[in-house]
Design a protein around this ligand. Structure first.
Ligand code: AMP
Length: 445
């Protein structure tokens, strides 16, 4: 399959050639003809599948084929995204794909002054990429009108709901023209997303590129059990012994992010951070330096988990597991993109076993555990069975003292002993790997 066979126009084909995109990805093969034909879409596509070009290319082509121009303060294509970083990224994709066309594009998001955005919107823009909160502010201040919107794109729709944008989204939907094309992209499809799709989409083409709620097969994933208080020490140790190059590290809290960055910087490791407390300019700066290879370790909260496209990122480390299991898929989706291999390591302490079980259930796998010599946890991480269940240590049967006989301490004194138990073994690499005794792990490291 070629891009030309998808009926893309010559200026777009020239750009794709320059970008060395040889053939369309599966999501592009399905989405491009449908979007060109004006159809609504409901697409389950994982990050890294090329979904941005899947909607940007045909939408640019449709704009280029129209004689009408955009009115003052108006927008023709509205793309809603959950985060500022994704807004910048999708905006730059539109700019790049549209380099041989005369199409105006702009990104508007919160955390920066609204006035320049209001000024910029005065003349109107063909493509506006925005986060829902800021878009609504702009709309309420009459800086943007929706009467000319012909296509609405919801990118990472599940994330927008997770971030609590549902009221803003509903307010925007209510203000949009009823006759329009709507494209909904989501990595995961909860009941809430399906309800939203049912309300917004008109006879959509459903595209399901990846099996629901799975991680990319090429990404090698494993868990290193460790005590909570030793996570930083373990991370620094792994960084040194494995001579890690570029690493994206996810930490649960903003404070935790800053503490890890400070520790790394004190060890003269170039590290920077991205989290919600940082001004937008320094977040973008940190991302750019990381992409350029000037910063080796980028430590982030889940604000950075979705949509960021970093070429050839070899490794993602979950310093803490995410509270929302779906975020695991998005976090590790920063690696193994566009056909490349990647690794995802999670440092897991006993407190996080419920999150681990939820991730394993969602991704339908039992993650391999590999203890790091010298960092074996004092507080064991209970075994999980890949079906969301934590295998509890069997309880001792309470037997009155007087009736205790010679059998004390043998398995006959335990109840509920039919669950598999943890059994340490030596892995090829010399590390002790812990696997459930009766259930083989499903994922090779
Ligand atoms: P996305 O899933 O849209 O974030 O895209 C992931 C990465 O794949 C980006 O770096 C794109 O530039 C790249 N990409 C998208 N489509 C293609 C293609 N057809 N051939 C090669 N790379 C692509």
């Amino acid at each position: 399959m070629t891009f030309a066979a998808l009926s893309l126009i010559e200026p777009l084909l020239r750009t794709l050639e320059r970008m060395a995109y040889v053939s369309p990805t599966p999501v592009q093969t399905q989405a491009i003809p449908a979007v060109l034909a004006g159809r609504d879409l409901m697409a389950a596509a994982q990050t890294g599948t090329g979904k941005t070009a899947g909607f940007a290319l045909p939408l640019l082509q449709r704009l280029a084929g129209e004689i009408a121009t955009v009115n003052a303060n108006s927008v023709r294509i509205l793309v809603l995204v959950p985060t500022r970083e994704l807004a910048e990224q999708v905006h730059s994709s539109f700019r790049e794909y549209g380099e041989n066309l005369t199409v105006s594009t702009y990104a508007a998001y919160g955390g920066v002054s609204i006035n320049p955005q209001m000024m910029k919107l005065r003349k109107g823009v063909d493509v506006l990429v925005a986060t829902p909160g800021r878009l609504l502010d702009l709309y309420r201040q009459n800086a943007v009108k929706f009467s000319q919107v012909q296509t609405l794109v919801l990118d990472e729709a599940d994330r927008m709901l997770d971030l609590g944008f549902s009221n803003e989204l509903n307010a925007v939907f209510a203000a949009l023209p009823k006759r329009r094309q709507t494209l909904l992209f989501s990595a995961t499809f909860s009941d809430e997303i399906r309800a939203m799709a049912g309300k917004l989409l008109n006879n959509p083409l459903s595209i399901d590129i990846s099996p629901r709620n799975t991680t990319v097969q090429r990404i090698k994933q494993w868990v290193i059990p460790v005590d909570k208080k030793r996570k930083t020490e373990l991370f620094c140790h792994l960084l040194k012994v494995n001579r890690w190059g570029q690493v994206l590290v996810f930490v649960k809290t903003r404070k935790g992010v800053e503490q890890l960055v400070q520790t790394l910087q004190a060890k003269k490791v170039s590290a920077d951070s991205i989290h919600g407390d940082k001004p937008q300019a320094s977040r973008l700066q940190a991302l750019e330096s990381f992409k350029a290879g000037e910063v080796k370790i980028l430590v982030a909260t889940d604000v950075a988990a979705r949509g960021l496209d970093i070429d050839d990122l070899p490794l993602v480390v979950n310093f803490d597991l995410p509270i929302v299991a779906e975020d695991y898929i998005h976090r590790i989706g920063r690696t193994g993109r566009a056909g490349a291999d990647g690794e995802a390591i999670s440092l897991v302490c006993a407190d996080e076993v419920n999150m681990l079980a939820a991730i394993e259930t969602l991704t339908k796998q039992t993650l391999v555990r590999e203890e790091e010599p010298g960092f074996e946890p004092e507080h064991r991480v209970p075994m999980t069975n890949g079906a969301g269940q934590i295998i509890k240590k069997p309880k001792k049967l309470k037997v009155p003292k007087s009736s205790r006989g010679p059998s004390k301490g043998v398995p006959g004194n335990w109840v509920g002993f039919d669950a598999p138990i943890a059994k340490p073994r030596k892995s090829a690499g010399g590390r002790s790997a812990v696997v459930p005794a009766r259930k083989a792990t499903t994922k090779a490291r």
